[in-house]
Design a protein around this ligand. Structure first.
Ligand code: GZL
Length: 328
């Protein structure tokens, strides 16, 4: 065999080894791997703690880590996407085995997803997603575990069509600007309304998933649109804020103005029982078990789907009372 051929074979053997090595270390363009271990040190980068849903999510992540005997590095970005990126970078520096991230907004958290990949640390998106044109499940992060927000918006819209007979003047209270739940709950709901000529959305503004901001925005939009007959809130917290605004305007929630929302938190179910909130689409915040089970399966080499959708229920006057005991 010529010297040239021998050299060629040696070079190609070396390059195959190099690729195998880098991908097994999760470097270069391979998804980072997770070794099988008895326990892990993992990071959970929470976006903020401004309402019961987020507190319930954090409690679930902490309780499950405790149950498994895992070390949890927990951070709270207090509503700042920039701080959340810094929080993920600090977890990388601490050498966690895996990262669980609830990205506050779809675009600003891309650098955090890419930094984890570059560092060879597998990242799992939980609760909220990132811009699919900038980062891909199975390529840049392992998977997305959460609810189907577009379906939630559609279910809220369908309930409203049925309940109003297709006639409504709607004020929409949006979630945090740029977040995947706000984007997709709006898309799902607005698409249903667009198919009903007797229904219109006269105003749509963010209340940042927050009760008091929801109240303030509802107050000003009700003044601007006294003809409104419905409020659609992207979460129960803003719906409860809207109930206060409706009552402050001397109107009766559930009678003069119908309200529909999403989450299924305890105060939301109570508002349904009280006849003030019409219905709420469940968005389960208890991520601990599913999140850590996905990491364990990934470590074992199981095929992990790009999206793992939580099962959610629908709450109205028929089942709110029976469901409130185990809500948050
Ligand atoms: C949805 C979650 C949303 C909740 C809000 O998965 O991101 O954020 O619906 C929470 O209550 O603030």
């Amino acid at each position: 065999m010529s010297h040239f051929n021998r050299r060629q074979i040696l070079l190609s053997a070396m390059s195959i080894t190099a690729v195998a090595m880098t991908s097994s270390m999760g470097m270069a363009d391979g998804l980072p791997k997770l070794a099988v271990k008895k326990t892990y040190k993992v990071g959970f980068a929470q976006t903020e703690s401004n309402n019961p849903w987020r507190l319930a999510q954090t409690a679930s992540m902490k309780a499950e880590a405790e149950k498994l005997g895992w070390q949890l590095v927990y951070t709270d970005a207090a509503g700042s996407a920039a701080k959340q990126v810094a929080d993920v970078n600090s977890m990388i520096a601490q050498g966690v085995d895996a990262i669980f991230l609830s990205p506050r907004e779809e675009k600003p958290l891309i650098p955090a997803v890419m930094a984890a990949k570059k560092a060879g640390i597998p990242l799992f998106l939980i609760d909220r997603g990132v811009d699919a044109s900038l980062a891909k499940a199975g390529v840049d992060y392992v998977t997305f575990i959460g609810s189907d927000f577009k379906l939630e918006g559609e279910q809220a819209g369908d309930w409203l069509v049925k309940t109003t007979g297709g006639k409504a003047v709607i004020i929409e209270l949006e979630g945090s600007t740029g977040s995947s739940p706000a984007n997709d709950r709006k898309k799902g709901f607005d698409d249903v309304i667009a198919k009903n000529p007797g229904m219109s959305i006269v105003a749509s503004q963010t209340g940042d998933f927050n009760r008091d901001k929801g109240r303030q925005v509802a107050e000003s939009l009700l003044q601007a649109h006294p003809e409104a007959t419905v409020i659609y809130a992207h979460n129960d917290e803003m719906a409860i804020g809207a109930i206060s605004a409706i009552e402050a305007a001397g109107k009766v929630p559930g009678k003069d103005i119908l309200i529909v929302s999403i989450d299924g938190e305890k105060d939301g179910l109570q508002a349904i029982i009280d006849g003030k909130l019409g219905a709420t689409v469940e968005c389960n915040p208890k991520f601990g078990p599913a999140a850590y089970a996905a990491a364990i399966a990934y470590a074992k080499g199981d095929a992990i789907p790009p999206v793992m959708t939580n099962k959610d229920r629908f709450f109205d006057a028929n089942n709110a009372k029976a469901s409130i005991a185990d809500s948050y």
